[in-house]
Design a protein around this ligand. Structure first.
Ligand code: IMP
Ligand code: MG
Length: 176
């Protein structure tokens, strides 16, 4: 199968959206210490770009969870591949995700982290596919709502490929 990628959101559009979100977060977290939890691997590009745009200190934390294999459907099971290396109790935390699709991954992750008693827990995502939602999950910050298509780039992969594209594209498959 030949894989073709067409631009859905350009790097300029992503840059503008991240700058706007950074201004909003700066205002809302004034006087607070801000902790980002990056959900590996997809969330890494967005987390780094968002943190770079924020004009105050941001602490970085990483978790690796998985509800996907090599296909394009969420499994409904959350596997913790790598946990946080310090407690988040009493901290102001934002989970930074690449995309919310069915919402299953984030719902399970959010519930798990909420049990660790952070002072506040919010969710920021680069992309949201609202049409695909099967589980209610509160999204506090979102850069783009997109249609129900499989996308790659800016952290997002297909079979671990295309994460380093500097734009978001729709992938399509054709017989060779
Ligand atoms: P959910 O549990 O169905 O919301 O899926 C969440 C995870 O699936 C995301 O964090 C991504 O890693 C992956 N995912 C969902 N949709 C896409 C897509 O269009 N492209 C690449 N990965 C996706
Ligand atoms: Mg993800």
């Amino acid at each position: 199968m030949k894989e073709t990628i067409s631009v859905l959101i350009s790097k300029e559009e992503i840059h503008r959206a991240i700058q706007a979100l950074a201004r909003q977060i700066e205002t809302e977290y004034e006087g607070k210490e801000l902790h980002f939890i990056c959900v590996l691997k997809g969330g890494v590009t967005f987390m780094v770009e968002l943190a770079k745009a924020i004009r105050k200190n941001v602490y970085f934390h990483f978790m690796d969870v998985s509800s996907y294999g090599y296909g394009t459907e969420s499994s409904g099971n959350l596997k913790i591949l790598m946990d946080l290396d310090e407690p988040i109790a009493g901290k102001d935390v934002i989970i930074v995700e690449d995309i919310v699709d069915s919402g299953r991954t984030l719902k399970m992750l959010r519930d798990m982290l909420e049990n660790r008693n952070p002072a506040s827990l919010k969710i920021a995502t680069l992309l949201d596919k609202p049409q695909r939602r099967v589980t209610e999950v509160p999204i506090d910050y979102c850069c783009f709502q997109i249609p129900d298509e499989f996308v790659v780039g800016f952290g997002l992969d297909y079979a671990q490929k295309y994460r380093n594209l500097d734009y978001v594209g729709v992938i399509s498959f054709e017989e060779e």
